[in-house]
Structure formats: C-alpha cells, structure tokens
Design a protein around this ligand. Structure first.
Ligand SMILES: [Ca+2]
Ligand SMILES: [Ca+2]
Length: 327
C-alpha cells in the first residue's frame, strides 16, 4: 500500500467510524414478526433482548458468487453484546469473534444436548417441529417446494403431493428428511444423522435431485427447478429465497457443533470453503422469521439445545469468513 492509498484508507476508516458512532447502540429485537412477541420483545420489561454496539462497518462489497453482481452491505462487527432473558445462554460469546467464537458456540450447543435417534427425530419433525398451522389448517410447509401439505401425522408417507404443486413434473408420494449436511459426508453416523437442527422436511424428489451437492447460486440455465425458485445447475443446488437463510443457519450450526467429528468425507473446498461467503450472504438476506424461531423452540424441547444462529443471526458475521473457511 503506498502512502496516498494508505492515507485514503485511514480516512475511509475514520469516516466509517463516525457513521457507525452515530448509532452506537442497536437493540436487536429478535427475529421479525414473531408470533410470540411478548417473549422476545426487548421493550416490554427489558428482558429477552440482545443489545449490540457496532464498532466498525465495512464498505459495500461486491458479492463474488452471484449470477448478477450484487452490492451487499456487510453488517458491522460487534464489540460488545449484552444478552438478556432467554438469550442469556449466549452470554459466553460476548466479546468473542473468529475461531474463539466458534469454540464458544461449540461448547454452548453441547450443553444439554441429547440425541433422539433417527426414528424419533423424524416423528417429532413431521408431527410437531415442521407441523405448523396456516389459516387454521395444520400441515407441513415443505422446505424446497414451499408447498403446504395438510395433515397431522408424524409419518412422512402420509404427506402426498396433490397433483404437481411444486411444478417439477412429478407427483411425489410423500416427504422425507433432507440432511442439509449430507449423510454420506459423515457416513450416517450418530448423533449427526438425527440432529434436527440440520434436517428439513422436503418432498422426496427435490431431496433426491439435490443428492450431496453443495448449496450455491446457480449460474445460467438450471437443469431442475421448482415453482418456489429452488433450482439446480452449474454443480450447485440453490434453495428458494424464502429458505436460503434457514439452510445457511443449518449448515453453520452443523459445522460449529461437529467440527471435531469426521464430517468431511467429501471435497471440502467445493462443499464448504468456496461456499462460505454465499452462506453468510444468505444468512443476511433471509433472516430468521417466526416459523424458524418456533421450530428452534420445539427442537430445544426435543433434543435439549438451540441453534444460536437463529437466536442471533449476527453471530455468523462475528465469526467471519476467514475462521469459517479454516474449519
Ligand atoms: Ca412435483
Ligand atoms: Ca427463511
């Protein structure tokens, strides 16, 4: 860096610091539009809140892996975070970033965790965690297809696609469990196989079409696509915009929970390292909603631990791409 560049870089930093200093404290309200706002509202009794003080905000950056080049605002890094109420379990992460934060989250998510076993995990998923009520009707909103299938059963075979509602030309006979981190990468070992935080309820065909492909942004014409926007092509599988963040948070959870296990029986660079920036972007563009928070609550009741990336979606950027890529 020459002197002139160095000077303008310093000036830029100073400018950014002034800008962020103007909103030196941000109160994070928890995920938007929660159906259970009394529990997570930071304004009621000053409990159940996350207060975040940004220290640095980087400039707009060009997102490298998009089909179109998009300008993406990279959120600030956070110097100091105060967790209250139900978020207090995240207090050990305060002040931590990078690898240190990964290790803290690894410990936090281990506490109270117990595996349900695969049969029971799927029953809880179909019958309770992914079984939601929409317009007074209970059923499952399938992840890749975003098609709602009415029912109350805890058996995936009882959720048949009526006609071809997801638009892939096939009438699916039921739903099954998608492992966001493919099972072959950890040889179907427990407890990874049954960990509900990385399982998604999907129609059988979109699940099969994904196989063990990495998630990413499809370049050019897809060779498989659904009406929801989920598609496959150029060697990657791209979930619909409504579930991009869910998928990213499932993979982030899986990595911080199991990095010390044999989970990388794969082309690590292709599946993980090269995708980290995309996952961080998806986490920002599709932040947690009420349905995802509700699911986190139910999974906690069932297997004892929460996905912290849903409770505080700034955690992913606090870890940062370098530490994530180095796992
Ligand atoms: Ca179909
Ligand atoms: Ca979502």
């Amino acid at each position: 860096m020459n002197k002139t560049t160095s000077r303008s870089f310093t000036a830029l930093l100073a400018l950014l610091f002034c800008q962020t200093a103007a909103f030196s404290q941000v109160t994070y309200k928890g995920p938007a539009s929660s159906s259970d706002s009394t529990r997570i509202s930071p304004f009621s009794q000053n409990v159940d809140s996350i207060q975040i003080k940004p220290i640095f905000s980087s400039a707009d950056s060009v997102f490298p892996n998009s089909a179109k080049v998009k300008m993406v605002r990279v959120p600030p890094a956070y110097a100091h975070v105060v967790y209250r109420g139900r978020f207090e379990y995240l207090a050990p992460t305060t002040g931590k970033t990078g690898v240190e934060l990964i290790k803290a989250l690894h410990e936090i998510t281990a506490a109270n965790f117990h595996s349900l076993g695969y049969a029971q995990a799927r029953k809880v998923m179909y019958g309770v965690a992914d079984n939601v009520e929409i317009n007074g009707v209970r059923g499952i909103l399938t992840a890749y297809s975003q098609v709602f299938v009415p029912g109350t059963s805890d058996n995936g075979d009882n959720y048949k696609e009526i006609g071809d509602r997801n638009g892939d030309g096939i009438m699916d006979p039921g739903i099954n469990a998608e492992h966001s981190w493919p099972q072959s990468f950890f040889k179907k070992a427990e407890p990874m196989r049954s960990d509900m935080h990385h399982l998604q309820s999907t129609f059988i065909t979109p699940n099969g079409r994904r196989g063990n492909m990495p998630y990413g942004m499809v370049q050019g014409a897809p060779d498989y696509k659904l009406l929801s926007g989920t598609k496959r092509g150029s060697g990657v599988y791209e979930p619909s915009d409504r579930t991009k963040g869910n998928t990213a948070r499932a993979l982030l959870y899986f990595m911080i929970r199991y990095y010390d296990r044999p989970i990388a029986n794969m082309d690590k660079r292709n599946f993980w390292t090269d995708r980290v920036d995309t996952l961080l972007y998806w986490n920002r563009m599709d932040p947690p909603d009420a349905m995802e928070v509700r699911r986190n609550d139910i999974v906690e009741k069932a297997q004892g631990n929460r996905n912290p990336f849903i409770d505080d979606y700034t955690l992913a950027d606090r870890i940062g791409p370098e530490a994530l890529k180095a796992f």
